[in-house]
Design a protein around this ligand. Structure first.
Ligand SMILES: Cc1cc2nc3c(=O)[nH]c(=O)nc-3n(C[C@H](O)[C@H](O)[C@H](O)COP(=O)(O)OP(=O)(O)OC[C@H]3O[C@@H](n4cnc5c(N)ncnc54)[C@H](O)[C@@H]3O)c2cc1C
Length: 396
């Protein structure tokens, strides 16, 4: 029987193991942590957004520069296939109003349990607390509780994750062994990261409050999603979507009235305010909430009272000195194994029989299910590539 080792027990690795085991390869999944899928489980903490139910061309466009590379893999395993896959694991899904697709259970643990059960039924062996530390010629070397172990195999799929949330195992430490082998890597950078803002004490009462009906903009990136005001700054899907703009050095702006044109804001502010304070006038005329007013004062104090000037600020509120939270806190990272290092089956050009998948590849995408879908799709491609390499016919 042909043997394959999958290193990394996140969604990309499990998908590769699934593809290989269902066509009869003898598969060992090796994971450095004591259990599988820790980052995947974390992704489920605030609702496991598996994919996005939208037209495929809209969906693939969200991978931007990496779209031409990932497109064939997403054509074969995109949102519809992710939904069917979840249903086959008896994890019923639903589509939220924004098109986001979640399992009904919302969290990742039932999904992961069902998947691991399926893999075990397909004959997959799982080894945990085995940390891959590099190659010794063509032998894979692992640090294990029983000391160093060396394994040789017919094919290997690496799915080691990116470089954020190191406590869950995704520490990017694998990059050194890859670089030493001359494998082309792009530097890691935070993607979908929170924003640092040094708030004054005035913002404290608003920590934990969500900015909802606002828009964010940074360079070419725009977003209408939600962001939570935290003691560190801003976090949440709305801000993650524009974090790449901040990463590239652009300023961050908030539009507090995105559904109102500038002249409408100006006209509302031009109305008589009677005996109201300017602050009350702003609140009533623009229906601004307390935390939105606080943000306005925090970023643009003292506010000009001339309606045209004030309106312009409300629609272009600049967050001074906005920067990114540390990479280890980012939802995902860009960088990793480049397309140039791989063939179309995700096999390393300079290491035949060695495949790579998931977030360890050099692509990035917004949150909203795009990350997991590409992890599944690339895991599938690498698993099928490895099966073909072993002389097996990938499952239909
Ligand atoms: C808070 C949070 C919320 C998220 N929410 C969503 C969401 O709703 N939707 C979405 O699409 N994405 C979401 N993501 C992103 C998603 O979880 C990741 O993109 C995805 O888990 C990456 O899958 P992967 O298999 O490539 O890598 P990982 O899940 O990172 O798995 C890699 C595995 O490899 C193991 N490993 C690493 N190095 C070694 C080694 N040397 N030896 C052995 N094992 C090793 C790690 O321990 C890890 O288990 C979220 C992430 C976070 C942190």
């Amino acid at each position: 029987m042909k043997t394959a080792i999958v290193i990394g027990g996140g969604p990309a690795g499990l998908m590769a193991a699934d593809e290989l085991s269902r066509v009869g390869a003898e598969v060992i999944v090796i994971e450095g942590k004591p259990s599988l899928g820790r980052k995947f489980l974390m992704a489920g903490k605030s609702g496991l957004n598996l994919t996005m139910d939208e037209v495929l061309s809209d969906f693939t466009s969200r991978y931007e520069d990496a779209e031409p590379w990932l497109r064939p893999m997403l054509d074969a395993f995109g949102p519809q296939q992710v939904m069917s896959f979840a249903n086959n694991l008896e994890q019923e899904v639903f589509t939220g109003s924004s098109g986001r697709v979640f399992p009904k259970a919302m969290k990742a643990s039932p999904f992961l349990r069902a998947w691991i059960k399926k893999l075990i039924q397909q004959g997959v062996t799982i080894r945990t607390k085995w940390l891959w530390s590099g190659w010794d010629e063509d032998v894979l070397v692992f640090e294990t509780p029983e000391g160093l172990q060396a394994l040789k195999t017919d094919a290997v799929v690496f799915a080691l994750g990116g470089s954020s949330w190191s406590r869950l195992g995704s520490d990017g430490a694998w990059a050194k062994a890859f670089t030493d082998q001359g494998i082309d890597l792009a530097l890691f950078a935070p993607s979908n990261a929170g924003i640092v803002a040094e708030w004054s004490a005035h913002m404290q009462p608003h920590f934990g409050t969500a900015l909802k009906a606002v828009a964010f903009r940074s360079g070419p990136c725009t977003s209408r999603g939600e962001a939570i005001i935290s003691k560190h700054g801003l976090e949440g899907s709305g801000i993650y979507s524009v974090s790449n703009g901040v990463r590239e050095g652009h300023a961050l702006y908030v539009d507090l009235k995105p559904d109102w044109a500038l002249h409408r804001v100006e006209a509302a502010l031009s109305k008589s305010r009677g005996k109201s304070s300017f602050s009350n006038h702003l609140r009533r005329a623009l229906k601004l909430q307390k935390h939105e007013l606080a943000l306005l004062n925090e970023c643009a104090y003292p506010l000009p009272q001339a309606p045209n000037e004030c309106a312009r600020i409300i629609k272009n509120l600049k967050l001074h000195n906005a920067s990114l939270r540390p990479m280890d806190e980012a939802i995902s990272t860009s960088g990793g194994v480049t397309q140039a290092a791989l063939d179309e089956h995700l096999m390393l050009l300079n290491k035949t029989g060695t495949f790579c998948a998931g977030e360890m590849l050099d692509w990035e995408a917004p949150t909203g299910g795009y990350l997991l879908t590409a992890c599944f799709a690339t895991g599938r491609t690498a698993g099928r590539g490895a099966a073909r390499y072993l002389g097996l016919t990938p499952a239909p």
